[in-house]
Write a protein that binds this ligand. Structure first.
Ligand SMILES: Nc1ncnc2c1ncn2[C@@H]1O[C@H](COP(=O)(O)OP(=O)(O)OP(=O)(O)O)[C@@H](O)[C@H]1O
Ligand SMILES: [Mg+2]
Length: 334
């Protein structure tokens, strides 16, 4: 659905040149929810804004649904943007207009007939649970409700792609969950391709099929969310995930023995493999840290354990045989 080919964006200022995007290649499938994470200044916003050309790359091409966005003239761009909706961290609503007028705005710009606009706005407000707020103004709504209005407005022209730049970053956890459920539902029901820029790892864990990690304008890692999050390869990804977790430092564990990281995926996550194999092999284990959760719906768990007594090597081999990924950690625990 979306393809970035060698996309580069430089900014010049008196302080010198800065490469915000450095030769980025990225492919996002039709109907996917794709996450882009990275530290502040990594180039996330610049990247997402090249997709609807709020930002024009200095080099490379951006193809959306077969059309080269980078080559369009002003008229072609207006047309293309109908297929690409966008929502923002601070909602960007028109504060002097009512909710229904905000949602109607893109349709008015297109010069659609009044009756059609009225019907479409009513439909969108009902679909997003905003009907009772139609005559209110943005300041009368909560953050979550305002983001729903932002989504309604972004959907007004029936886009195929929805770009979200930190769309949940200004919301509390419960409201974030509500908006993520809504985006998940729109993805399934409308087949909407969604690109989510976020610094919240939890957002990616919850809804993204795949994720790319951006650092200094370069994609340093990309893959299915569960693969990347359970086995982060790049130091930036590892660090961002560690901060999101409890930041546990294995070296500080006051125990001796064989340390190992166990990764459970799918149905095996709920099986009592560890205790069964410990019993059968006569090893003991202590859990130093761990997390059982879901990544984009797939149950998975990761435990850091120390085996003591018995034969840890045999226990680890048995776990591997039973579908648990085992990574022995050589550093002797103190
Ligand atoms: N209009 C601009 N003029 C000059 N430099 C810019 C401009 N926009 C972005 N930059 C620079 O480009 C780099 C990438 O910025 P960008 O906004 O894409 O980062 P980001 O990953 O979205 O960060 P954040 O998480 O803080 O939103 C930064 O170093 C930023 O200072
Ligand atoms: Mg940004």
């Amino acid at each position: 659905m979306i393809r970035l080919e060698g996309v580069t964006r430089r900014y010049s200022s008196r302080a010198g040149d800065r490469v915000a995007l450095d030769n980025v290649d990225l492919e996002i499938g039709r109907g996917e929810i794709f996450g882009v994470v990275g530290r502040s200044g990594a180039g996330k916003s610049t990247l997402i804004r090249t997709i609807n050309r709020l930002e024009t790359p200095d080099g490379g091409r951006v193809i959306v649904d077969g059309e080269d966005i980078t080559a369009l003239d002003a008229k072609g761009l207006l047309k293309a943007r109908r297929r690409i909706g966008m929502i923002f961290q601070h909602f960007n609503l028109l504060n002097s207009k009512t909710i229904e007028a905000n949602v109607a705005f893109p349709l008015m710009l297109e010069g659609r007939p009044k009756a059609e606009i009225t019907a479409r706005v009513a439909e969108l407000l009902a679909q997003l649970g905003l009907a009772e707020h139609a005559k209110k103004y943005p300041r009368q709504l909560s953050g979550g409700q305002k983001q729903r209005v932002g989504i309604a407005r972004a959907l007004a022209c029936g886009p195929q792609v929805l770009l979200c730049d930190e769309a949940t970053s200004a919301l509390d956890p419960e409201t974030t969950e509500d908006i993520l459920n809504l985006l998940d539902q729109l993805n399934r029901e409308l087949g909407l391709t969604i690109v989510m820029i976020t610094h919240q790892m939890e957002v990616v864990r919850r809804v993204c099929d795949r994720v790319a990690v951006l650092k200094d304008g370069k994609v340093v890692e990309t893959g299915r969310t569960a693969d990347v999050f359970l086995n982060p390869a790049h130091p930036v990804t590892q660090a961002m995930l560690a901060e999101d977790d409890d930041g546990f430092d294995a070296a500080m564990a006051p125990v001796g023995g064989q340390m190992a990281r166990l990764t459970f995926r799918g149905a095996s996550t709920y099986e009592p493999e560890l205790s069964r194999i410990a019993r059968e092999t006569g090893v003991d284990y202590s859990i130093l840290s761990g997390r059982i959760s879901r990544i984009r719906g797939e149950p998975c768990g990761q435990l850091l354990v120390v085996f003591t007594g018995g034969d840890a090597t045999v226990a680890m081999a048995r776990l591997t045989e039973n579908g648990v990924a085992v990574e022995a950690i050589q550093k002797e625990a103190r």
